[in-house]
Design a binder for this molecule. Structure first.
Ligand code: AMP
Length: 145
């Protein structure tokens, strides 16, 4: 009903903010704030090897008393992130995020990172399409179609 992840990316764009393994958490957080995003995909040799999100700052930096200027992102990222493919349905992507309890899903196509979707992107997409669906049903019911 909501199409595929590729449709969402075609609308949202394919920009993914990434970080190399060697950056400090301080640098990573600065970049996240500058770009106004909640997650960075950590890259090694063009491959996504981890994901670092706001939640990791809470859990693995603040709560564990680590110095962000002395901690490398590779030490506190979640390795081997779960990814989606562009051909996955939007419903399946939402179900995956809900089941695994995270809010970001890097998107792969033929082994390459081509985008990222957040729970916010998915909610926006679904809400938009629900509104269109309701309009179409109203037109059908009232005979305006
Ligand atoms: P989030 O809700 O996305 O801020 O992330 C919650 C936790 O799950 C953090 O420890 C993230 O590093 C981790 N996480 C986020 N996205 C993914 C993903 N796609 N695969 C694996 N772990 C993830």
């Amino acid at each position: 009903m909501y199409g595929h992840v590729a449709d969402l990316l075609a609308d949202k764009g394919r920009q993914v903010y990434t970080a190399r393994k060697s950056v400090t958490v301080h640098e990573a957080v600065r970049e996240m704030n500058r770009k106004r995003v909640g997650a960075l995909v950590v890259i090694d040799d063009h491959r996504p090897v981890g994901i670092f999100t706001e939640r990791d700052v809470m859990r693995r930096i603040v709560d564990e008393d680590r110095d962000p200027a002395l901690t490398l992102i590779v030490e506190v990222m979640t390795p081997d992130p779960v990814t989606a493919t562009s051909s996955m349905s939007v419903e399946d992507a939402m179900a995956l995020m809900t089941a695994r309890r995270f809010r970001h899903l890097p998107v792969m196509e033929e082994g390459a990172l081509i985008g990222i979707v957040s729970i916010g992107d998915l909610m926006r997409w679904v809400t938009l399409h629900q509104a269109e669906h309701i309009d179409r049903m109203a037109e059908y019911i009232t005979g305006r179609a």
